[in-house]
Design a protein around this ligand. Sequence first.
Ligand code: ATP
Ligand code: MG
Length: 453
Amino acid sequence: MKKDFRLPKQVTQAIEKLNDAGFECFAVGGCVRDMLRGAIPHDWDLTTNARPHQMQQCFQGYHVIETGLQHGTLTVMIDHMPLEITTYRIDGDYTDHRRPDTVAFTDSLTDDLARRDFTVNAMAYHPQYGVVDPFGGSKDLQRRRIACVGDPTARFDEDGLRILRALRFASVLDFQIDPATDAAIHTQQNLLKHISAERIFTELTKLLCGQAAERLLCTYPNVIGTVLPQIQPMVGFDQQNPYHAYDVYTHSCKVTAAVPSLPVLRWAAFLHDTGKPHTFTKDERGGHFYGHSEVSERLAKEMLRQLKSDRKTMDNVLTLIRHHDTVFSDSPKQLKRLVNQIGMELTEALLMLHKGDVSAQAIHLREERMRDADHLMDMLRELKEQNACMTIKDLQISGKDLLEMGMVTGKAVGECLNYLLNEVVEEHLPNHRDILLSAAQSYLQRKTEEDKP
Ligand code: ATP
Ligand code: MG
């Protein structure tokens, strides 16, 4: 098969450099898959029969990083573009179900493609020779299928992470999983227990952010439950409440797909109700879940810690979960308070989560509640446009003013600014410099009185 693709000039340059020195070199893996499906690759991997030391000779004078020298991988920087170049290799036995005991270099491109996980990821491309596709990857791309290269059971046995990667690619690309691969996923899912937390977190985050996340999460609760046992009680948990059309797990999968595809929002959506099965009570009106946000937050913290999530993602996810059950009134004041408490970005995210949440509730409430959620978003946008005072830096006076006034410690300054902000947000005071200065003066006097023995 010959197809003409336009490669970035840095990629062409690297291929030519190796070819001129007498070596083969091809673009490989994700970038070929993405070019063939008409998407723009976000990074470029190359594969070559040159051994690492021969690559180093070829790229003398370039910035070369020894990314994984013993596995044959170097990163070459060409005009600010990092290119990962790997020697053709065959992986040895995988006794630990996660990485090969040894790797051996080979001169056969087909052997190198055979070690790759899925047919759609096992194609190479060269501007002169076109696409090299010994395992039917382009046919599977057309059929929108994720299928292992070779025997799925054996391939998952080598590296259990591939089970999660199959779900991840099916979610991101909105592909079906081939029946034989699907069957092996179910029999081999326990192999995921051997995989490091960091690798699982990366794949799971991509799965959650995929366009078909709802379908994959709903179809494979067993796989997700293997890596995150805390979600298991949600699966099939009947809410027994007229406000809720779905069991807790299905609801969570639907909310995940209903929020924008950003890691923090998707994680928060997926985990926001994990506390529900643990807080269930029932009376004549139906099932209730009082205090479930706190339990969800605790469980989410446990899961994200186990997965070694980065700190910022974890903190933001937990904040959204903690506030997800906020009862919103039609009040700008409430939004200002929230912005003051958690910041503008997270308040915006919280409203998106809220909209996603109500979109997956009982059908008779959905329309009205989604309209209300849109109204809240409009209200927040207006507050932003009006430059409404919502944080300390929006106040018309600063810490410097207070220091000049004679407030002696940073702590007193901070307390006074918080007091003033609160007064402005609650609309007890306007955000006018002179008025704030005199309110600060009174605050200072009161404090001095209080501190007298
Ligand atoms: P993305 O667009 O997410 O970067 P990708 O296909 O490039 O997708 P990577 O994780 O960057 O995925 O891996 C690059 C290539 O390396 C894959 O296309 C595949 O050929 C191969 N590969 C990666 N991980 C594995 C694995 N666990 N087992 C077998 N082959 C793998
Ligand atoms: Mg990649």
